[in-house]
Each structure stands twice: as C-alpha cells, then as structure tokens.
Design a protein around this ligand. Sequence first.
Ligand code: RIB
Length: 298
Amino acid sequence: MTRIVVVGSINMDLVTLAPRFVAPGETLTGERFLTIPGGKGANQAVAAARLGAQVAMVGNVGDDAFGQQLYDGLKAEGIDVTHVARVDGVGSGTASITVAGGENQIVVVPAANGQVTPAQVEAARDVIRCADALLVQLEIPLDAVDATLRIAEEEGVPVILNPAPAQRLPVDWLRRVRFLTPNQHELAAVLGDDGDTDFRELMRRAPCPVVLTRGEDGAWFRDGDEAPRHQAGFTVDAVDSTGAGDTFNAALAVYLAQGLDVAVRGACAAAAIKVSRLGAQPGMPRADEVTAFLETHR
Ligand code: RIB
C-alpha cells in the first residue's frame, strides 16, 4: 500500500450556493448554505485515503467545535492523526466559499493553520521517513513548508509541492521537489513572471519537474529535459470545482509508482469526478470509481 504524508491546512468550508457571484457592495440571495470539511492539506489527505493510500496528516485544528468535527472526520477516513494538534485559544481555519455555475470564489482565514511550526513537522520525521511521497501546499507558514522540504530531502522522500495559494518561491525550494503542481497562474507567480509568458515556456524555465493543471484542458507535464507533454481533460457536467486541484495532487501521488503518464491520466480522471460533485471532501472519488470512469472515458 502506498504510504503518503500530507503536511498542510485543515479548514471548515462555509459554502454558499448562489445563482452568480456577488458584485462589490451588492447583496444577493443564495440558494443553500453548507459547512463542509476542507482545507488543501486535509483535502489531499482524504483524497489519497479514498484512493487506497495509507495516509498520515500533519497540521492543526482549533479548540472550537469545528476543530473536533474536522479531527473526527480525518480519523473516520482512516487517516493517522497522531500529528494533528489542537491549538488552545485559537479557532479552526475557515474558507468562505461561493459556488456559482460550477466555479468558486474562496476567502481563507488560516487561524490554527497559521500556527503549524517547523518543530511540529520535525516531530513527524519518523512518519515522513517511511513515506513513499509527501504532499505539501502553501496554506501553512512558509517556515513550516521549508522545514518539510528539508526533512523530506534528508529522509529521501519525494515531495509534491502544490504552490497554492500562489506566491513567489525561492529557487532552492523548487530544486528540492520531485514535482511542482501549479495551475498556470500559480506557476507564473512562483517564478515571479508577470503572467504574459506562455505556460509551456514557464514549464521549461522551472528548475524542477512540473505537472501543470489546466482545468478542462487537462494537464501538461515535464519531467527532466523533455518538452512539456499533454494529457487531455475529461468532460463532465461541472457542479463544483472546489477541491479538484487537491484531488488531482493526491491521485498523482497515489498513482505515481505506475509511471508519470498513467498517474497524470488518473489524476485528471479523479479531478473530473470531483468537479461533477458538490463539496471538497464529499465529492472525492474512491479508487474503484476512478477505475470505472477511466474504462468508460477515453
Ligand atoms: O483547494 C480547496 C480548498 O481551498 C478548500 O477546501 C478551502 O478550504 C481552501 O483551503
């Protein structure tokens, strides 16, 4: 069984379904409100567990009711929560999400996620050492991400760094990752580009292998010196794109042992299934669902 460690955020998603996105200063009547477990780290952990991996999570919840719910939810998915801490006197991370026409707008408040520390990651070194892959994103403090990259490198564990939310990153970080998994906008931000450069050129400039997600267009990938290659996307009726990128990252990690082409195709399929369903974690597919989807979609 593939062993995966995820270092990252754990949020409660406060989701409003609306007929369209609201304009500044406008009040709009929504259709439905839901609280749904989310957070890029927790989402990737849940997606990997549903796809059959043995998963350990490193992160924080707050000492509020959301915190207990989020902790219990991860445990119920079979995820090892030994390194998920409850931070006293702080609330859990939240994401206020509007879903309209299958797309989303998200405002994240880190709260307890902002207190993930390098020492906390260090305390998980023994678990990291045994992992086949480590997934990390940018919704926790950058010194904790830095420690994660260093510890994974010291322990010889390949890292998939999902640079979201987007920001410029030090070049030496990029040299330490097995795969960087941005979307087009995130890759430009990571490299400090103004956003006008073609994404294939940016992929060539990146000092590390890149798997770039392009929504309906699928994904482009480059490992080593080869030219970027393309995996077409799968067409589905879009309900909610929240967590699709997280599903993609988790699937990439789980399927990587089967080769990069197979992994990217599986990741595109898993993400497409997610887009066709509401909610980040509730919409994430199980391994047999991805297999069935791939058999019926070419
Ligand atoms: O990637 C989707 C996630 O981003 C949401 O679940 C939300 O919590 C934000 O962190």
